[in-house]
Design a protein around this ligand. Structure first.
Ligand SMILES: [Zn+2]
Ligand SMILES: [Zn+2]
Length: 327
């Protein structure tokens, strides 16, 4: 039987329709070919040669970096010292493309993040935290989205592992939605919605993919995509960049573990992951928030129904997904 599930945080509706994936092979799309450039031609191996400089952050240092934060040569938004303002454009409104678009580049040329040494990945996420703190000082910028595209179908134009860091002068609608809904829950119940979800999932057990003392990975009850997993620090922490090393390392371990499970158990899909955290400023306003990372394998493509209604159809219920990933 298919089933309509409501997301407790966003209020979105998701249709769970396992009958639509009758053949087990539909769970595992054909392995996608990743077009890996030879190292000599890869722009992320020699940053000076490819013009991907200046280096804002080199970790552990600029010379022997394992992770580097640099400007994107092809930015979606460009930076200026003047804050963008809303301008009337006839009937419409627009804001100039003021923002910042950076890249966090791993030294590793080919392997996925699951296979990069743990300490290098932790160091990369610490560099990302530093970049968030630098961006928070810019009075014009409102929200930073850090996201990872892996494989052509997930939007990666270059294979070399890198995280994009796009900072906006406006609040993205889906983040605003999530912040408002979690604040409403906080005001009503005097508790964090994500902490409540985690306590519930610990009791139910069926949707937990893996966990440690400080972090947990869950296939969400109203999972939007087949095999989607959310990774949380167990402690109630509103912002990614203010998270201490032990909690951050625990989340990184959980992320690497989830990526490894996806590689081994569901045929190494293309995927995206991203961070959802509190906005850059007014941290006191967002004490109700609980930052997390969402990992979304690229298994289904939104079609007419999804585009017309915003309601997604997921053919792999999270209980099935968690059991298959746990193997
Ligand atoms: Zn490379
Ligand atoms: Zn919480």
């Amino acid at each position: 039987m298919s089933d309509l599930r409501k997301d407790l945080v966003s209020g979105d509706w998701i249709i769970m329709a396992p009958e639509r994936a009758k053949r087990p092979s539909e769970f595992f799309p054909e392995k996608r070919a990743r077009n890996i450039l030879p190292k000599e031609q890869c722009p992320f191996d020699d940053l000076a040669k490819s013009g991907n400089l200046p280096m804002y952050i080199g970790a552990p240092d600029e010379k022997s970096w394992k992770a580097a934060v640099v400007p994107n040569k092809f930015p979606a938004l460009t930076h200026s010292d003047v804050c963008a303002t809303m301008v009337q454009d006839g009937l419409f409104e627009h804001v100039e493309g003021h923002g910042q678009h950076d890249l966090l580049i791993f030294r590793e040329h080919e392997k996925g993040i699951d296979a990069i040494p743990r300490n290098d990945v932790i160091m990369a996420f610490e560099a990302l935290q530093k970049r968030y703190l630098m961006l928070a000082k810019d009075k014009c910028l409102v929200y930073t989205s850090a996201f990872f595209n892996w494989g052509p179908s997930a939007g990666a134009s270059l294979h070399h592992p890198h995280i994009q860091i796009l900072t906006l002068p406006i609040m993205p609608p889906s983040i605003l939605h999530s912040l408002v809904h979690s604040r409403n829950y906080w005001q009503k119940h005097k508790r964090c919605v994500h902490c409540d979800i985690l306590a519930y999932e610990e009791k139910e057990k069926v949707r937990i993919v893996c966990e440690s003392e400080r972090a947990i990975a869950v296939a969400p009850y109203a999972s939007r995509h087949p095999f989607g997993v959310t990774v949380y620090p167990k402690a109630h922490l509103p912002s990614f960049e203010a998270t201490g090393r032990d909690d951050l390392a625990a989340v990184v371990d959980m992320l690497q573990s989830c990526l490894g499970k996806m590689k081994r158990n569901i045929n190494d899909p293309d995927l995206n992951f991203f961070i959802h955290t509190a906005p850059l400023k007014s941290k006191k306003t967002y004490t109700h928030y609980h930052w997390h990372m969402e990992v979304l394998p690229k298994i289904s493509i939104p079609a007419g129904f999804e585009l017309s209604t915003g309601v997604l159809i997921n053919v792999v219920p999270p209980e099935t997904a968690a059991a298959m990933l746990r193997r």
